[in-house]
Design a protein around this ligand. Structure first.
Ligand SMILES: NC(=O)c1ccc[n+]([C@@H]2O[C@H](COP(=O)([O-])OP(=O)(O)OC[C@H]3O[C@@H](n4cnc5c(N)ncnc54)[C@H](O)[C@@H]3O)[C@@H](O)[C@H]2O)c1
Length: 295
């Protein structure tokens, strides 16, 4: 889709990070936007920022894992604008680093409901509207961690591999319909992803966020620009940074041992080990494990 002017585009998770940057960028291109987030204040802040672009915006606060609300939302967007030309299934969460055996099944399941089912609901609900258009867009945000395993992020990796498989399959099924189906794989991007984790130890979470910021070399604005550029070129797969491209090649070249060759500041556990070591130094006598429990 080369010209985005007047296109009606849904963006989930538009209250922060990549979603907000996409909304602002697409508004500058003259697209009409239907925005979602489950955070009322941050979603309104995005709407206010877009107000300056004088494009039409519709917004609704809801949880993307809620299917009945998705159905109503798509109908309302269609009633409001008269069409839906595209959807960016971007909303997502991550968890505080923990191993798969440590992860509470309730937390695991909640992450899958949001990161995977949110994308499935959004795609299934939007497709009937998209197929009414001569050309349309279906963009699902996976991750670099949808291309490679990563110790300490089992639930997140599971969800993002699934988003990738779902999207690549959908791409095959929608060939010839005029719908461009694209999977986006960001590497670390400087957003609120780690700050938005629900975790009992705020201090440790703040430190983790700082380490994450350190590793993240891409800004949300750069991410939005690369995604939109990719879409305009008709790409089915958008890898967001040179590091993501390099690691994508590495995983295919060395499928059994790629984890041994990761860049130093991207090794699993690097961030959390540092955070835990600092915490242990401060609180002598407190077992390290105490800091990694989510409950
Ligand atoms: N930041 C990164 O390094 C990175 C890397 C790879 C993939 N991603 C993916 O990019 C997407 C955007 O994340 P971000 O980095 O901009 O993070 P972010 O936390 O800054 O933004 C995510 C937004 O999604 C919203 N959200 C979360 N769960 C929701 C739900 N159930 N319903 C509605 N809204 C919900 C949040 O409120 C937030 O506004 C996510 O899917 C994330 O997994 C991010």
């Amino acid at each position: 889709m080369k010209n985005l002017k007047n296109k009606v585009l849904i963006i989930t998770g538009a209250g922060s990070g990549i979603g907000r940057a996409l909304a602002l960028h697409l508004a500058q291109e003259g697209a009409r936007l239907a925005l979602n987030d489950w955070n009322k204040e941050t979603l309104q802040a995005t709407v206010d920022l877009i107000g300056q672009e004088k494009v039409r915006v519709y917004s609704q606060v809801f949880d993307v894992s809620d299917r009945p609300t998705w159905e109503l939302f798509a109908k309302k967007v269609n009633d409001h604008f008269g069409q839906i030309d595209g959807i960016f299934n971007n909303a997502g969460i991550t968890t505080f680093p923990e191993t798969i055996p440590e992860t509470d099944p309730i937390d695991f399941s909640r992450l899958i409901e949001i990161n995977l089912w949110g994308v499935i609901h959004g795609s299934q609900v939007a497709i009937p509207y998209l197929l009414k258009q001569k050309e349309s867009l279906l963009v699902n945000v996976s991750s670099l961690l949808g291309l490679m395993g990563y110790a300490g992020q089992g639930a997140y990796v599971t969800s993002k591999f699934a988003v990738r498989g779902f999207t690549e399959t959908l791409r095959q099924e929608l060939v010839g319909t005029g719908a461009l189906v694209t999977a986006v794989h960001p590497g670390p991007v400087k957003t609120n992803l780690t700050r938005n984790i629900k975790y009992h130890d705020q201090d440790l979470l703040n430190r983790l966020s700082l380490f994450f910021d350190d590793a993240a070399t891409t800004t949300p604005e750069e991410a939005a620009e690369i995604i939109i550029k990719g879409i305009k070129k008709g790409k089915h797969r958008v890898l967001l940074s040179p590091r993501t491209k390099m690691l994508d090649r590495l995983t295919r070249l060395l499928p059994n041992s790629y984890h041994r060759f990761l860049p130093r500041n991207f090794r699993p556990g690097h961030l959390i080990k540092k955070a835990l070591a600092k915490r242990a130094a401060e609180k002598k006598g407190v077992p390290l494990e105490e800091g990694v429990r989510t409950k």
